[in-house]
Design a protein around this ligand. Structure first.
Ligand code: IMP
Ligand code: MG
Length: 189
């Protein structure tokens, strides 16, 4: 598909989608998460690790709400290609700072099967982090994969197992900028 066709398709996907959480609802969830984070982290000088790319919008919106000393950095997890199944995850882009002895807060868009957050947590522990916490904007209530992370330490919103986009979550790499959480219409799945 050409880029122009992808753009046109994505525009229709947005028009046909249903909003499940408005911007106001997301904002309220982020306010609550920030309060919980402050209580637990304000004296730990933590590193907030953005899981690329989906964690960009949740973390970007959390940061101005967090009034304590913290650093930010990034991590990019990816799965080995080659089979139709999503393969084992590996760290495609490592954080640019040492995690040794640090309290690390991993921030991602969504907890789905749980394998991304489990693998990211394991990576941080291998890098000798002192403590690893996880945060997601959305928790899809569903059975996790074997060894998938069951629950994040900080959760914004909980929803059923539907494919969603917005606030960092993509549809065909587009729509991460949508200003709410939207369910993709059946015809676009
Ligand atoms: P996991 O299955 O918990 O490892 O989720 C890993 C990644 O799958 C998330 O970081 C998202 O990038 C992606 N993902 C899972 N569910 C959705 C969805 O509904 N919309 C868009 N991306 C999703
Ligand atoms: Mg992602």
């Amino acid at each position: 598909m050409t880029l122009k066709n992808r753009g046109e398709k994505v525009k229709q996907v947005m028009e046909r989608a249903t909003c499940v959480f408005t911007k106001a609802e997301v904002d309220a969830a982020l306010d609550r998460m920030a309060k919980e984070m402050k209580q637990c982290l304000c004296d730990k000088n933590p590193v907030f690790l953005c899981v690329l790319l989906g964690g960009v919008v949740p973390l970007g919106n959390l940061l101005p709400r967090l009034d304590f000393e913290l650093e930010i950095n990034y991590i990019h997890m990816s799965s080995y290609a080659g089979t139709t199944q999503r393969g084992e995850l590996f760290c495609k882009a490592k954080p640019s700072i040492s995690l040794e002895d640090r309290t690390v807060v991993i921030v991602d868009d969504i907890l789905d099967t749980g394998v991304t957050l489990r693998a990211t947590t394991e990576f941080c522990l291998q890098e000798k982090a002192k403590e690893v916490l996880t945060a997601v904007l959305i928790d899809k209530r569903k059975p996790r994969k074997v060894n998938g992370l069951e629950r994040a330490d900080f959760t914004g919103l909980v929803m059923d197992d539907r494919f969603v986009f917005g606030y960092g979550l993509d549809y065909d790499e587009f729509l991460r900028n949508a200003p709410g959480i939207y369910v993709v219409a059946d015809e676009d799945m």
